[in-house]
Ligand binder design. Sequence first.
Ligand code: SAM
Ligand code: SF4
Length: 328
Amino acid sequence: MTAQLTDKYGRNIEYLRLSVTDRCDLRCNYCMPEGFKDFGEPEDWLTFDEIERIIRVFGELGTRRIRITGGEPLVRKNLPELAARLSLLPGIEDLSLSSNATRMQKQAEPLKKAGISRINISLDTLRADRFKQITGGGKLEKVINGLLAAKEAGFHPVKINMVVMRGVNDDEVEDMVQFCIDHDFTLRFIETMPMGNTGREASLQYIPLSEIHDRLAKKYNLVKANMNGGGPARYVRVEGTELRIGYITPMSQHFCDTCNRVRLSVDGTLYLCLGQDDSYPLRELMRAGITDDELKQHIQNAIDIKPEKHEFSDNPQKLVRFMSMTGG
Ligand code: SAM
Ligand code: SF4
């Protein structure tokens, strides 16, 4: 029987978010500061061999789901090669990807072939000028082409993640619903989190998603729905359509008591909570030649320090790291 990773609060950890780079070709203003360049050095990045080893060991410890993220994961060279290697590992049942889709048009098919099963794409606006403003100069057209390419390559459902911010893009919620109905995408709304000074500034535009739900409920008949994914989103379906809408509410209704995940950054640091600094460095241990059994013990030691919950609401000043370091 496969070993299980359980933390001191009895939560079973079976989901790993794997950041393959801290770099990104966009600068979403709630995520990374404008002009930010203070990235990790390539010699500190885990190599594909190191990543494969850690994921294999996590698989042996009962981890079933891996989500590749970043920074922007498609910025990392030869990502489909890594995905293909990870998808073959025993125990890994679900390999998914979060991306901004700027480079998806060319990569969708190779990623599908490599064994990526599900894709989430960030898109906060359907207006080119606004997209440019929110992302620090990005081109909306590339993302739309990337979304369509993902659908064409056979990813279903393609999920769109929209961070809803008052006075920035909240007037587009209904447009986004219609866009997702038209294209058969799934739509998820996310509350802004105070990660780093970028996230804290954006949090000034925070909207509790119950407000968005109430607004949509006036226009559409929303019924409860289920959705695969292992994540914290709560879903409704727009009656008369196939559209599912998910609400991710880390601020207004946190889901820490059912948290099943940890995050590995590109430099091999295991972060135990999105909203806390608790972490455990694995890279140097691996480079010093520890055995797989020793690596397993270190991973369990890390899980033992997983905090009970984030403090985004009680202590919003706490986190200095940006979301792009650990991939959301
Ligand atoms: N670059 C990829 C992307 O944008 O999908 C993957 C990494 S990105 C950090 C993962 C997710 O985090 C995105 O959906 C993004 O919108 C979200 N995110 C970043 N900063 C955030 C913040 N301060 N509050 C809420 N969500 C945030
Ligand atoms: Fe890049 Fe994703 Fe952060 Fe936007 S949210 S800056 S696309 S890492």
